[in-house]
Every structure is written in structure tokens, then in C-alpha cells.
Design a protein around this ligand. Structure first.
Ligand code: FMN
Length: 203
């Protein structure tokens, strides 16, 4: 069974309507390592050795965060800058993370149609997550299709939000148990809760 670590990065956790509920949903899963980055490192004083050891101990690395300024919240960038060291994650001898998988789980305020070449932001979410994808590739880590909820701030999509929260727990628990092999979520562009349901049906 693959081991899994979930890094959660939300500076406004107390005001969150989606990500906080996704975190609560994970309480149902056992054998899952969870790190709340803003809670553990309120001054961004990330412990590199602790983090590198955590990475070595896990096969699947999940980054859960609200989409901020077309990117991750800043602590997740700081974490990458410090933890993915030369000689550890890349460069000569830097193959310690080879073969692991990164799964990004994010939520946007923007609507799905805004995230396209023709839409308001003139690019899609996968394009905006390219820095994370390229970082993974340089470190020989597989980059899974990101699990995304668009339009997360809308008050009209309570059912959609709940399905997204349930889908997140399902996705992580089936990946963790090995019932859903990670290579089955590599080729999708993005994943939504409907895709998770579909993947479950084919099991
Ligand atoms: C500082 C900040 C930056 C944001 N930037 C974006 C953005 O670039 N694109 C977007 O679609 N939504 C953006 N949002 C909206 C958040 O993604 C949205 O509030 C979040 O996904 C909702 O999840 P939550 O209820 O768990 O906080 C931003 C919000 C904040 C506070």
C-alpha cells in the first residue's frame, strides 16, 4: 500500500468554506500523515531536515491549497524553495524523490469557463500549475492530474461543494489503499469529483 502525506496550506483556514471541510473529511482516513503548514510554521521557519525525512517516508505527496494569485499560497513556494535541495531532489545524487507522485488539490474563486485559452484568464488551470509540474518533473516525481473545484465561493453550489469534499476523501482513500493505482490519474488534464466517481465505477 502506498504511503501518503497531505500538506495543507491555507492562511485563512478559519474562514474557509471548502478546504477546511476537505481537511475535516480526511479525519476519516487512517495511516495518513497530515501537515498543516501555516499551523506548523507560522513564521515560515520551515525545518528542512524534518520535511526531507517526511518526503522520504511517503510515496504520494498531496498539496491541498486554495488558488491564490494564480498560484499556491506563499508558504508552499517557500517550502519548495527550501526543501527541494540540490543533491537531494535534483542535480548530482539528487534522486531521492524519484518515482514518487505529487497530487495538487486546489479550489478557485474563478469559474471553469474563465480558465481556458478563450476565457477571462486566457489559460487553463493546468497551465497555471506548470511551475509545480515542472518542479516535479525535474525531481523525477510523477505529477498527477490536479483535483480542482472551480467557483468555490459561490453560495449556489452547496451540493457541488459537498460532492467535491466527498470526492476528495474517496480519491485519497482509494489511492492510499492501492485500489486506484496512481498511474490511472496521470494522463487526465484535471480531475473533478465526477471523474473520481467514474474512476470508482470502473474498479
Ligand atoms: C489572496 C487571494 C488570492 C486569490 N487569488 C485567486 C486567483 O488567482 N484565482 C481564483 O480563481 N481565485 C482566487 N482567490 C479565491 C480563492 O481561491 C477562494 O477564496 C478559495 O478557493 C475558496 O476556498 P476556501 O473556502 O477553502 O477558502 C483568491 C483569494 C485570496 C484570498
Amino acid at each position: 500500500m502506498p504511503s501518503m502525506i497531505v500538506y495543507y496550506a491555507h492562511p485563512g483556514h478559519r474562514h474557509s468554506t471548502v478546504n477546511a471541510a476537505m481537511q475535516s473529511g480526511l479525519d476519516a482516513l487512517s495511516n495518513l500523515t497530515r501537515v498543516d503548514l501555516y499551523h506548523e510554521y507560522p513564521r515560515h521557519n520551515i525545518n528542512i531536515e524534518t520535511e526531507q525525512n517526511r518526503l522520504l517516508e511517503h510515496d504520494i505527496i498531496v498539496f491541498q491549497f486554495p488558488f491564490f494569485w494564480y498560484s499556491t499560497p506563499s508558504i508552499l513556494k517557500e517550502w519548495q524553495d527550501l526543501v527541494l535541495e540540490y543533491g537531494f531532489a535534483y542535480g548530482p545524487g539528487g534522486d531521492k524523490l524519484a518515482g514518487k507522485t505529487i497530487l495538487a488539490a486546489t479550489s478557485t474563486g474563478g469559474e471553469v469557463q474563465d480558465y481556458s485559452l478563450e476565457g477571462k484568464h486566457q489559460t487553463d488551470i493546468r497551465g497555471l500549475l506548470k511551475p509545480l509540474e515542472c518542479t516535479a518533473r525535474l525531481c523525477q516525481i510523477n505529477f498527477a492530474a490536479p483535483y480542482v473545484l472551480f467557483n468555490a465561493l459561490s453560495k449556489d453550489n452547496a451540493t457541488e461543494k459537498q460532492s467535491h469534499i466527498d470526492g476528495y476523501v474517496k480519491l485519497l482513500s482509494t489511492l492510499q489503499s492501492g485500489a486506484l493505482p496512481v498511474d490511472q490519474i496521470i494522463s487526465n488534464n484535471t480531475l473533478g469529483w465526477r471523474d473520481v466517481d467514474q474512476l470508482m465505477e470502473t474498479k
